[in-house]
Design a protein around this ligand. Structure first.
Ligand SMILES: [Zn+2]
Length: 283
């Protein structure tokens, strides 16, 4: 059953309320969800069980400023609660963990990927998400629209899009002109559009100008580039926005090749819907 049918088309999903209401049906509920002051900037979220009461506490870093990122972190930890709490009594998750998404070549079972998939489908049901991006160009404006609709982060929205889009798209988050992390769609990987952590942002790119100019720089609709800047074989549209809170620039690259959006692995709503996770795991 699709999540959108279960709860109507009301977005954003109230993830705090859902986590507390659903867990309250169990003998070991999530008793609190709160912001935690921590020194470690890599730390994002934690789920930990009290050894005596057996109740769980869910925390997210006080460093996180955006409501969308807080929501995704809560949904991720709730994913650990629903899927993994019989296996561990403590989950401590980093920024890297919250970007660890499965791809076509899935290796060993990975708890972080499972928690992210759970969070992604809980907050952004596939059918509704597909309706938002159908026929649209992929740029920061579109990703911002999705992030606002689902009250999640830019990163969570683009990573979901990249998971199933049928054309070359890549996201890069960079700091001082150096790639901090990046992800490319299957079609982008096949055509060599990939960026390693630590590699340099090309001169002449909007991203580099954003890094130099800072907060006032926002090219969210995108600009068509000469082929040589980002790709030798494809014409690329680059959109970018400075994120001064994190000293980073968020970049979206899309090939101008025409294409239609479709799910790669059939109807994901049917096979990986979070609502089904609820029904199978909440008993
Ligand atoms: Zn985790």
């Amino acid at each position: 059953m699709a999540l959108s049918k279960a709860w109507g088309n009301r977005f954003p999903v109230g993830v705090r309320e859902i986590a507390q209401e659903v867990s309250a049906k169990h003998v070991d509920p999530i008793s609190k969800i709160e912001s935690l002051p921590v020194d470690d900037e890599e730390f994002e979220g934690v789920l930990i069980q009290n050894g005596n009461s057996k109740k769980w506490g869910l925390g997210y870093s006080a460093h996180i400023r955006e409501d969308g990122k807080i929501n995704f972190t809560i949904a991720h930890e709730f994913g650990h609660y629903m899927l993994h709490r019989q296996e561990h009594n403590q989950f401590a998750c980093t920024d890297d963990d919250l970007r660890n998404f499965p791809y076509a070549t899935k290796d060993a079972r990975n708890l972080e990927q499972e928690a992210n998939e759970f969070a992604s489908y809980l907050l952004m049901p596939a059918n509704d998400f597909r309706a938002q991006i159908d026929g649209q160009r992929v740029n920061i404006d579109l990703i911002s629209h999705c992030a606002n609709r689902y009250a999640t982060s830019l990163a969570a929205s683009i990573l979901k899009l990249i998971d199933f889009i049928d054309r070359p798209v890549a996201v890069i988050v960079s700091e001082n002109g150096v790639v901090r992390w990046s992800r490319s769609s299957q079609h982008a990987l096949r055509r060599g559009l990939r960026f390693k952590r630590g590699s340099s942002i090309p001169a002449g790119s909007i991203t580099m100008r954003c890094a130099q100019i800072g907060v006032s720089m926002n090219c969210s609709q995108g600009q068509v580039h000469d082929q040589a800047i980002w790709s030798k074989t494809m014409t690329i549209v680059e959109s970018a926005i400075a994120q001064p809170n994190y000293r980073t620039v968020f970049t979206v690259l899309e090939s101008t090749a025409l294409g239609h959006y479709k799910l790669i692995e059939g109807d994901l709503d049917d096979v990986r819907d979070s609502f089904d996770h609820f029904r199978s795991y909440s008993r």
